[in-house]
Ligand binder design. Structure first.
Ligand code: ARG
Length: 460
């Protein structure tokens, strides 16, 4: 047991208590951020004259050595320390002697851990943004390549109106654009440095909090020391945004599972992204899509868990807050894995344009356009709706699609129909004429693709 606080105790900590309390098994994940934060703190202490410049330099050098040794695998983080903070500090003292004991001047583990967690979340937001950009590039490519890949659009999972695969993909593009901007929002709001808040009430040392903040590339110091050590809003915001990303990936996965089914065959997942069955030789299962869908549960779980842990905590720091780490780390790793696997899966899947088109042609997805045709010929919409309803009923009875009906059959139901009905209800017309911005028509789609192109170019 290696602890930083034995002085006022007369008994050893019970081993089970020690294990229950210790966090090194998981907070070692932010060893780099812990050391970076300490380097900034020591630099500031030197600049502010709280310790000497020589002491500051010695500490910084020692900390850099620890970082290098951990990264090179020469120094293993072991569980005899309570947490990563104790591990680094004890190691520093072993390396540079008594000067190392000055590192913690004007600092508490409460503001230290608040800083580490922020630095970690900030770094991860950058990674998540990069993964989202990769995913959006794949979607952008699919959008450009599938402007005339017709497919049915659904409501209630019933065929509704024809769209294109480009348009359908574009819906997800919008979702991931919002996810990306949520990452920026969270980053901007959380980008203030809590170090210097001390345990809860600041410190009597003349810390230069602005300097520490700028050394760590924060916009500035946080403005209330009690809030600084007990704020985990940014964790909640991140988990909420991750839950939303998961939800988007899950919906898309669900569609891919349906499209990849024997019944639909709209897409075929690449062998590299499918799995087989141990008993049924014919099977090729969409396990990756299913896992991405399934993992949404644990990301939601993390969000609910931290919200529940936080809700009863009086100001300021309480140990409950240590619970923020494992679930946040897990949610981040899970979502990062899901985004990159999902990206690989959709960029390698085959798009079966013929099956999509055939499906769009069956199922009366052009019924609204047939009604609009009558409206353009002067029939009031409500009447047109009824006439087309009858026409659909007739077509179902005779097992035909609308465009397979003869002109006589059309006229039998309503004599307003003329030969131009076939053109009016063709897939090309149904989709091609929908060109208000946001609609699936090619002109509208090209405008959106251009906007997306500009957006993506600015990012990379
Ligand atoms: N492991 C602790 C955490 O994650 C570090 C802060 C400890 N502070 C304390 N007063 N016990 O929150």
């Amino acid at each position: 047991m290696a602890q930083l606080w034995g002085g006022r105790f007369t008994k050893e900590t019970d081993q089970l208590v020690y294990n229950f309390n210790a966090s090194i098994s998981f907070d070692q994940k932010f060893y780099r951020q812990d050391i970076e934060g300490s380097i900034a703190h020591a630099t500031m202490l030197g600049e502010a004259g709280i310790i000497t410049k020589e002491e500051s330099e010695k500490i910084v050098e020692g900390l850099r050595g620890i970082l290098e040794d951990i990264e090179a695998g020469r120094l293993l983080i072991t569980s005899e320390y309570e947490d990563i903070h104790s591990f680094v500090e004890s190691n520093l003292i072993d390396r540079i002697g008594d000067t190392g004991k000055k590192l913690h001047t004007g600092r508490s583990r409460n503001d230290q851990v608040a800083l580490d967690m922020r630095l970690y979340v900030r770094d991860e937001i950058k990674d998540i943004k990069a993964l989202l950009v990769d995913l959006m590039k794949t979607l952008h490519k699919l959008m450009k390549e599938n402007l005339d890949t017709y497919m049915p659009g659904f409501t209630h999972l019933q065929k509704a109106q024809p769209v294109t695969f480009s348009h359908h993909t574009g819906a997800y593009m919008e979702m991931f654009k919002r996810d990306y901007s949520r990452m920026n929002d969270i980053y901007d709001r959380m980008n203030y440095c809590p170090l210097g808040a001390g345990a809860l009430a600041g410190t009597t040392y003349p810390l230069n909090r602005e300097l520490t903040a700028s050394l760590l590339e924060f916009n500035g110091p946080t403005l209330n020391s009690m809030d600084s050590v007990s704020d985990r809003d940014y964790v909640i915001e991140l988990l909420s945004a991750l839950a939303t990303i998961s939800m988007h990936l899950s919906r898309f996965s669900e569609e891919i599972i349906i499209w990849n089914s024997n019944e639909y065959q709209f897409v075929e997942l690449d062998d590299a992204y499918s799995t087989g069955s141990s008993i049924m030789p014919q099977k090729k299962n969409p396990d990756i899509a299913e896992l991405v869908r399934g993992k949404t549960g644990r990301v939601y779980g993390a969000l609910i868990s931290i919200m529940t842990s936080m809700k009863g905590i009086p100001l300021a720091y309480n140990k409950d807050m240590q619970e923020d780490k494992e679930l946040t780390f897990d949610a981040i790793d899970t979502v990062k894995g899901c985004i990159s696997l999902f990206n690989g899966m959709i960029s390698t899947m085959q798009i079966n344009k013929e099956a999509m088109k055939k499906s769009a042609m069956n199922g009366f997805t052009n019924a609204t356009d047939a009604a609009d045709y009558l409206v353009k010929k002067g029939v009031p919409f409500r009447d047109a709706h009824g006439i087309i309803g009858n026409l659909v009923l007739y077509a179902i009875d005779t097992k035909k699609s609308l465009e397979e009906l003869s002109i006589n059959e059309f006229k039998q139901i309503c004599d307003v129909f003329d030969d131009d009905i076939y053109e009016a209800i063709s897939l090309e017309t149904c989709v091609g004429k929908r060109n208000t911005i946001g609609a699936p028509g090619p002109d509208a789609m090209k405008k959106v693709i251009e906007i997306n192109e500009e957006f993506l170019n600015k990012l990379s």
